[in-house]
Design a protein around this ligand. Sequence first.
Ligand SMILES: Nc1nc2c(ncn2[C@@H]2O[C@H](COP(=O)(O)OP(=O)(O)OP(=O)(O)O)[C@@H](O)[C@H]2O)c(=O)[nH]1
Length: 266
Amino acid sequence: MTKTRASQAGREILERVQALLEDPDHQDNPLYEALEGLREYALAQDQRLERLMRISDGYHLLERNHTQSLAVRCDRQLRRMEKMARISDQYQKTLWEVTESLREAANQDPLTGLANRRFLMERLKDEIQRAERKDTRLALCLMDVDHFKRINDRFGHEVGDTALCEIAGAVRQGLRRYDLYGRWGGEEFLLVLPQTGLSEAGAVIDRVRQEVGQVTVGEGEPLTLSASFGYTCLHVGEDPNDILKRADIALFRAKEAGRNRVEQEP
Ligand SMILES: Nc1nc2c(ncn2[C@@H]2O[C@H](COP(=O)(O)OP(=O)(O)OP(=O)(O)O)[C@@H](O)[C@H]2O)c(=O)[nH]1
């Protein structure tokens, strides 16, 4: 706007000067040369001014483009960061799921879903410590399914697997809510009874024996299952292996005495 007005005013003066200079009546005017020089000077200044304005416009445009491209770049960067945050969330979720399944795999028996030997051993150590700290009793029992080989031989390994799962459920039925149990290995299970003395443990374990006795496997002529049990109580200062060894001795005796029995070792 300013530029247009200035150029127009300047152009009008220059046109008037041009007209005066071209007028033959003024050719001999003593101011002629000075006016012509002034006109050329003004023309040169005008051109200079226009050049400066072009340069200024160029800078202005450059600046605007730069600001715009900065905003575009900033926006792109933000979107990239949002995407990374989304990926990071997803990654953390996956990591958590993998950790969870690893933890489960490390603690669980894959066939029955019960606690496995590793986890049972950890818990047994905890329970021994708690019993000593609180000065309470702790009973422990090893259970071994009788003649399990016959089930596999007669009905196949898959039926044997199903039987182990049913036995796991039967043991649960016989135990109390706060008792701990799991698969010790093969067809052997471990039962840990916190705050339980020998006589009370005997009653609980015999109930488990009866529950296992309800499980049948196979069609046609089904086999009724049974299991043998050996249990004992924690002595002061014992470690897990000591108490396990005594329970195993009792279990051996139950097997020797004809199976489907509960034996204790003081
Ligand atoms: N189907 C199946 N069988 C298993 C599994 N783990 C161990 N066994 C079987 O359990 C059987 C155990 O046999 P033995 O140690 O001879 O004992 P048993 O036949 O139960 O006889 P007793 O313990 O003396 O009463 C073997 O045939 C093993 O193959 C399992 O996960 N699935």
